[in-house]
Design a binder for this molecule. Structure first.
Ligand code: ATP
Ligand code: ZN
Length: 295
Protein backbone atom coordinates (compact mmCIF):
# COMPACT_ATOMS: atom_id res chain seq x y z
CA UNK A 1 0.00 0.00 0.00
CA UNK A 2 1.42 3.39 -0.95
CA UNK A 3 0.83 4.91 2.49
CA UNK A 4 3.21 2.32 3.93
CA UNK A 5 0.54 1.50 6.50
CA UNK A 6 0.18 -2.06 5.26
CA UNK A 7 -2.82 -4.16 4.33
CA UNK A 8 -3.07 -7.46 6.11
CA UNK A 9 -0.46 -7.91 8.81
CA UNK A 10 -0.03 -5.94 12.06
CA UNK A 11 2.29 -2.94 11.92
CA UNK A 12 5.24 -2.54 14.26
CA UNK A 13 5.14 0.46 16.57
CA UNK A 14 8.79 0.55 17.60
CA UNK A 15 7.87 -0.95 20.96
CA UNK A 16 8.35 -4.74 21.21
CA UNK A 17 5.12 -6.72 21.36
CA UNK A 18 2.76 -3.80 20.60
CA UNK A 19 1.19 -3.63 17.13
CA UNK A 20 -1.36 -1.66 15.13
CA UNK A 21 -3.89 -3.67 13.14
CA UNK A 22 -4.85 -2.60 9.61
CA UNK A 23 -8.36 -3.32 8.22
CA UNK A 24 -7.30 -6.53 6.45
CA UNK A 25 -6.11 -7.99 9.75
CA UNK A 26 -9.24 -6.83 11.60
CA UNK A 27 -11.35 -8.49 8.91
CA UNK A 28 -9.66 -11.80 9.72
CA UNK A 29 -10.23 -11.23 13.46
CA UNK A 30 -13.91 -10.64 12.60
CA UNK A 31 -14.03 -13.86 10.58
CA UNK A 32 -12.57 -15.71 13.56
CA UNK A 33 -15.26 -14.26 15.83
CA UNK A 34 -17.89 -15.48 13.32
CA UNK A 35 -16.29 -18.92 13.15
CA UNK A 36 -16.15 -19.25 16.94
CA UNK A 37 -19.77 -18.04 17.22
CA UNK A 38 -20.83 -20.78 14.77
CA UNK A 39 -18.79 -23.32 16.69
CA UNK A 40 -20.45 -22.40 19.99
CA UNK A 41 -24.02 -22.10 18.69
CA UNK A 42 -24.72 -25.58 20.08
CA UNK A 43 -24.74 -24.34 23.70
CA UNK A 44 -26.43 -21.31 25.30
CA UNK A 45 -23.43 -19.12 26.11
CA UNK A 46 -23.79 -15.71 27.74
CA UNK A 47 -21.62 -13.35 25.74
CA UNK A 48 -19.69 -10.73 27.73
CA UNK A 49 -17.25 -8.07 26.60
CA UNK A 50 -14.60 -7.58 29.26
CA UNK A 51 -12.61 -4.39 29.94
CA UNK A 52 -8.79 -4.52 29.77
CA UNK A 53 -8.43 -3.96 33.53
CA UNK A 54 -9.39 -6.04 36.55
CA UNK A 55 -9.47 -5.54 40.31
CA UNK A 56 -5.98 -6.06 41.78
CA UNK A 57 -7.57 -7.85 44.76
CA UNK A 58 -9.22 -10.36 42.39
CA UNK A 59 -6.00 -11.15 40.59
CA UNK A 60 -4.15 -11.49 43.92
CA UNK A 61 -6.81 -13.87 45.27
CA UNK A 62 -6.86 -15.87 42.04
CA UNK A 63 -3.17 -16.70 42.54
CA UNK A 64 -1.93 -14.88 39.43
CA UNK A 65 0.41 -12.50 41.26
CA UNK A 66 2.10 -15.30 43.17
CA UNK A 67 2.56 -17.45 40.06
CA UNK A 68 3.33 -14.85 37.34
CA UNK A 69 4.63 -11.64 38.97
CA UNK A 70 6.89 -11.12 35.96
CA UNK A 71 4.01 -11.06 33.46
CA UNK A 72 1.56 -8.88 35.39
CA UNK A 73 1.17 -5.27 34.32
CA UNK A 74 0.23 -3.03 37.26
CA UNK A 75 -1.55 0.32 37.00
CA UNK A 76 0.00 3.14 39.00
CA UNK A 77 -1.18 6.71 39.52
CA UNK A 78 0.03 9.92 41.08
CA UNK A 79 -1.58 10.44 44.46
CA UNK A 80 0.50 13.41 45.61
CA UNK A 81 -0.28 17.09 45.98
CA UNK A 82 -0.13 19.79 43.28
CA UNK A 83 2.90 21.36 45.00
CA UNK A 84 4.61 17.97 45.12
CA UNK A 85 3.99 17.69 41.40
CA UNK A 86 5.54 21.10 40.81
CA UNK A 87 8.83 19.60 42.03
CA UNK A 88 8.48 16.45 39.91
CA UNK A 89 7.19 18.03 36.70
CA UNK A 90 10.57 19.27 35.37
CA UNK A 91 11.78 15.67 35.51
CA UNK A 92 9.39 14.73 32.70
CA UNK A 93 11.34 16.86 30.23
CA UNK A 94 14.77 16.07 31.60
CA UNK A 95 14.11 12.33 31.47
CA UNK A 96 14.33 12.01 35.25
CA UNK A 97 12.31 9.89 37.65
CA UNK A 98 9.04 11.83 37.56
CA UNK A 99 7.30 8.58 38.50
CA UNK A 100 9.14 8.05 41.78
CA UNK A 101 5.94 8.81 43.72
CA UNK A 102 3.50 6.85 41.54
CA UNK A 103 1.50 4.46 43.69
CA UNK A 104 -0.06 1.15 42.82
CA UNK A 105 -3.83 1.39 42.31
CA UNK A 106 -6.79 -0.92 42.81
CA UNK A 107 -6.71 -2.11 39.18
CA UNK A 108 -4.19 -4.12 37.17
CA UNK A 109 -4.06 -4.91 33.45
CA UNK A 110 -6.09 -8.00 32.63
CA UNK A 111 -3.76 -10.95 31.93
CA UNK A 112 -6.41 -13.43 30.68
CA UNK A 113 -10.05 -13.01 29.69
CA UNK A 114 -11.67 -15.55 32.01
CA UNK A 115 -10.70 -14.22 35.46
CA UNK A 116 -13.50 -11.63 35.71
CA UNK A 117 -16.10 -14.35 35.14
CA UNK A 118 -15.11 -16.30 38.27
CA UNK A 119 -15.07 -13.15 40.39
CA UNK A 120 -18.50 -12.13 39.05
CA UNK A 121 -19.95 -15.49 40.13
CA UNK A 122 -18.61 -15.06 43.69
CA UNK A 123 -20.84 -16.64 46.35
CA UNK A 124 -23.28 -18.25 43.89
CA UNK A 125 -24.76 -21.70 44.02
CA UNK A 126 -25.16 -22.98 40.46
CA UNK A 127 -28.10 -25.29 39.70
CA UNK A 128 -26.87 -25.79 36.17
CA UNK A 129 -23.55 -25.17 34.41
CA UNK A 130 -22.68 -21.52 33.81
CA UNK A 131 -21.49 -21.03 30.22
CA UNK A 132 -19.95 -17.76 29.17
CA UNK A 133 -17.97 -16.46 26.20
CA UNK A 134 -15.71 -13.51 26.84
CA UNK A 135 -13.42 -11.38 24.76
CA UNK A 136 -10.85 -8.97 26.15
CA UNK A 137 -7.62 -7.17 25.39
CA UNK A 138 -5.01 -8.79 27.58
CA UNK A 139 -1.58 -7.64 28.69
CA UNK A 140 1.46 -9.68 29.63
CA UNK A 141 4.93 -8.26 30.18
CA UNK A 142 6.54 -10.91 27.93
CA UNK A 143 10.35 -11.12 28.01
CA UNK A 144 10.65 -11.99 24.30
CA UNK A 145 8.91 -10.82 21.14
CA UNK A 146 9.22 -13.59 18.56
CA UNK A 147 6.42 -13.76 15.93
CA UNK A 148 3.06 -14.14 17.66
CA UNK A 149 4.32 -13.17 21.13
CA UNK A 150 2.81 -9.81 21.96
CA UNK A 151 2.41 -7.81 25.14
CA UNK A 152 -1.04 -6.55 24.20
CA UNK A 153 -3.30 -9.07 22.46
CA UNK A 154 -6.92 -10.20 22.34
CA UNK A 155 -8.20 -13.38 23.88
CA UNK A 156 -11.60 -14.93 23.22
CA UNK A 157 -12.57 -17.59 25.72
CA UNK A 158 -15.32 -20.15 26.28
CA UNK A 159 -15.78 -20.68 30.00
CA UNK A 160 -17.85 -23.12 32.01
CA UNK A 161 -18.36 -23.30 35.77
CA UNK A 162 -20.02 -26.47 37.08
CA UNK A 163 -19.28 -29.90 38.56
CA UNK A 164 -15.98 -31.70 37.94
CA UNK A 165 -17.72 -34.25 35.73
CA UNK A 166 -19.24 -31.58 33.52
CA UNK A 167 -16.06 -29.51 33.28
CA UNK A 168 -13.87 -32.46 32.25
CA UNK A 169 -16.33 -33.77 29.66
CA UNK A 170 -16.96 -30.29 28.30
CA UNK A 171 -13.28 -29.52 27.89
CA UNK A 172 -12.57 -32.85 26.15
CA UNK A 173 -15.44 -32.32 23.71
CA UNK A 174 -14.47 -28.70 22.98
CA UNK A 175 -10.80 -29.62 22.54
CA UNK A 176 -11.71 -32.24 19.97
CA UNK A 177 -14.08 -29.84 18.22
CA UNK A 178 -11.52 -27.03 18.04
CA UNK A 179 -8.82 -29.36 16.75
CA UNK A 180 -11.21 -30.41 13.96
CA UNK A 181 -12.04 -26.77 13.23
CA UNK A 182 -8.37 -25.82 12.88
CA UNK A 183 -7.91 -28.71 10.45
CA UNK A 184 -10.87 -27.45 8.39
CA UNK A 185 -9.17 -24.07 8.37
CA UNK A 186 -6.14 -25.69 6.71
CA UNK A 187 -3.91 -25.26 9.77
CA UNK A 188 -1.33 -27.95 10.61
CA UNK A 189 -2.31 -28.40 14.24
CA UNK A 190 -0.64 -30.40 17.00
CA UNK A 191 -2.32 -30.91 20.37
CA UNK A 192 0.07 -31.13 23.30
CA UNK A 193 -0.05 -31.35 27.08
CA UNK A 194 1.39 -28.08 28.36
CA UNK A 195 2.13 -26.11 31.49
CA UNK A 196 2.05 -22.47 32.48
CA UNK A 197 5.26 -20.43 32.85
CA UNK A 198 5.23 -20.27 36.68
CA UNK A 199 7.89 -17.95 38.09
CA UNK A 200 10.38 -18.48 40.88
CA UNK A 201 11.15 -21.35 43.26
CA UNK A 202 8.93 -24.39 43.00
CA UNK A 203 8.03 -23.75 39.36
CA UNK A 204 9.34 -27.13 38.16
CA UNK A 205 7.16 -28.93 40.70
CA UNK A 206 4.05 -26.92 39.71
CA UNK A 207 4.73 -27.48 36.02
CA UNK A 208 5.27 -31.22 36.45
CA UNK A 209 2.06 -31.52 38.51
CA UNK A 210 0.11 -29.55 35.89
CA UNK A 211 1.36 -31.80 33.10
CA UNK A 212 0.81 -35.00 35.04
CA UNK A 213 -2.82 -34.06 35.68
CA UNK A 214 -3.25 -32.87 32.08
CA UNK A 215 -4.74 -29.58 33.27
CA UNK A 216 -3.65 -27.67 30.17
CA UNK A 217 -3.70 -28.69 26.51
CA UNK A 218 -2.30 -26.42 23.83
CA UNK A 219 -3.20 -26.33 20.16
CA UNK A 220 -0.06 -25.31 18.29
CA UNK A 221 0.20 -24.16 14.68
CA UNK A 222 2.72 -22.27 12.50
CA UNK A 223 2.01 -18.52 12.78
CA UNK A 224 4.80 -17.01 10.64
CA UNK A 225 8.16 -17.89 9.11
CA UNK A 226 8.00 -21.41 10.48
CA UNK A 227 7.49 -20.20 14.08
CA UNK A 228 5.00 -22.48 15.83
CA UNK A 229 2.93 -20.98 18.65
CA UNK A 230 0.01 -22.04 20.80
CA UNK A 231 -3.04 -20.42 19.17
CA UNK A 232 -5.47 -21.85 21.72
CA UNK A 233 -5.45 -23.70 25.02
CA UNK A 234 -8.00 -25.91 26.75
CA UNK A 235 -7.71 -25.66 30.52
CA UNK A 236 -9.18 -27.41 33.54
CA UNK A 237 -8.61 -25.60 36.84
CA UNK A 238 -10.28 -28.17 39.10
CA UNK A 239 -11.85 -26.42 42.16
CA UNK A 240 -9.25 -23.63 42.28
CA UNK A 241 -11.56 -20.74 41.31
CA UNK A 242 -14.66 -22.31 42.87
CA UNK A 243 -12.90 -22.45 46.24
CA UNK A 244 -11.33 -19.02 45.92
CA UNK A 245 -14.59 -17.29 45.04
CA UNK A 246 -17.02 -19.45 47.01
CA UNK A 247 -18.92 -20.81 44.00
CA UNK A 248 -20.83 -24.05 44.56
CA UNK A 249 -22.06 -26.68 42.08
CA UNK A 250 -23.54 -30.10 42.91
CA UNK A 251 -23.04 -29.39 46.63
CA UNK A 252 -19.25 -29.00 46.22
CA UNK A 253 -16.90 -26.15 45.34
CA UNK A 254 -17.49 -25.56 41.62
CA UNK A 255 -14.94 -26.65 39.04
CA UNK A 256 -14.03 -24.55 36.00
CA UNK A 257 -12.78 -25.13 32.47
CA UNK A 258 -11.95 -22.69 29.70
CA UNK A 259 -10.93 -22.79 26.06
CA UNK A 260 -8.89 -19.71 25.17
CA UNK A 261 -8.22 -18.52 21.60
CA UNK A 262 -5.43 -16.03 20.87
CA UNK A 263 -7.07 -13.95 18.15
CA UNK A 264 -3.91 -12.29 16.82
CA UNK A 265 -1.99 -15.56 16.68
CA UNK A 266 -4.85 -17.31 14.93
CA UNK A 267 -5.22 -14.47 12.40
CA UNK A 268 -1.47 -14.58 11.74
CA UNK A 269 -1.63 -18.35 11.23
CA UNK A 270 -4.49 -18.04 8.72
CA UNK A 271 -2.70 -15.27 6.82
CA UNK A 272 0.55 -17.29 6.79
CA UNK A 273 -1.39 -20.24 5.34
CA UNK A 274 -3.84 -18.57 2.92
CA UNK A 275 -2.44 -15.10 2.19
CA UNK A 276 -3.29 -11.53 3.23
CA UNK A 277 -6.38 -11.22 0.97
CA UNK A 278 -9.02 -13.00 3.03
CA UNK A 279 -11.80 -12.43 0.45
CA UNK A 280 -9.89 -14.83 -1.84
CA UNK A 281 -9.39 -17.66 0.62
CA UNK A 282 -10.67 -21.15 -0.35
CA UNK A 283 -14.44 -21.52 -0.10
CA UNK A 284 -14.29 -24.34 2.46
CA UNK A 285 -12.04 -22.23 4.70
CA UNK A 286 -14.46 -19.28 4.49
CA UNK A 287 -17.34 -21.67 5.16
CA UNK A 288 -15.63 -22.65 8.43
CA UNK A 289 -15.43 -18.94 9.27
CA UNK A 290 -19.16 -18.37 9.37
CA UNK A 291 -19.39 -18.10 5.58
CA UNK A 292 -16.78 -15.35 5.22
CA UNK A 293 -19.40 -12.68 4.60
CA UNK A 294 -17.63 -9.86 6.42
CA UNK A 295 -17.18 -6.42 4.89
P1 ATP B 1 2.46 -19.31 25.66
O1 ATP B 1 2.73 -20.76 26.07
O2 ATP B 1 2.65 -19.07 24.18
O3 ATP B 1 3.16 -18.30 26.52
P2 ATP B 1 0.17 -19.40 27.34
O4 ATP B 1 0.18 -20.85 27.61
O5 ATP B 1 0.70 -18.51 28.39
O6 ATP B 1 0.91 -19.08 25.93
P3 ATP B 1 -2.64 -19.10 27.69
O7 ATP B 1 -2.49 -18.51 29.03
O8 ATP B 1 -3.14 -20.48 27.55
O9 ATP B 1 -1.26 -18.93 26.92
O10 ATP B 1 -3.48 -18.09 26.80
C1 ATP B 1 -4.45 -18.51 25.84
C2 ATP B 1 -4.06 -18.13 24.44
O11 ATP B 1 -3.79 -16.72 24.37
C3 ATP B 1 -2.77 -18.78 23.94
O12 ATP B 1 -3.02 -20.08 23.44
C4 ATP B 1 -2.38 -17.82 22.84
O13 ATP B 1 -3.07 -18.09 21.63
C5 ATP B 1 -2.83 -16.47 23.38
N1 ATP B 1 -1.67 -15.79 23.95
C6 ATP B 1 -1.10 -16.00 25.16
N2 ATP B 1 -0.03 -15.20 25.35
C7 ATP B 1 0.08 -14.46 24.22
C8 ATP B 1 0.99 -13.45 23.78
N3 ATP B 1 1.98 -13.05 24.56
N4 ATP B 1 0.78 -12.89 22.56
C9 ATP B 1 -0.24 -13.28 21.77
N5 ATP B 1 -1.12 -14.24 22.12
C10 ATP B 1 -0.96 -14.83 23.32
ZN1 ZN C 1 -9.11 -19.06 30.82
Amino acid sequence: MSSGLGAGLPLETGVPGVFLSPPGFERVIGLLRDGIAALTADEPFHRLVIPPVISRATIERAGYVAAFPNLLGTVHGYGGTPSGWARLKPLVESGGEWHAQQQIGDLVLLPAACYPVYATLEGRTLDEPAKVTVEASCFRQEATSEPGRMRSFRMLELVTVATDEHCLKWRAARLEQVEGWFTELGLAVSVEVADDPFFGPGRKVYQAAQRMQELKWELRVPVADGTVQAVASANYHKEHFGETFGITAGGEPANTSCVAFGLERLAMALIARHGEESTRWPVDVLAALGGGRRA
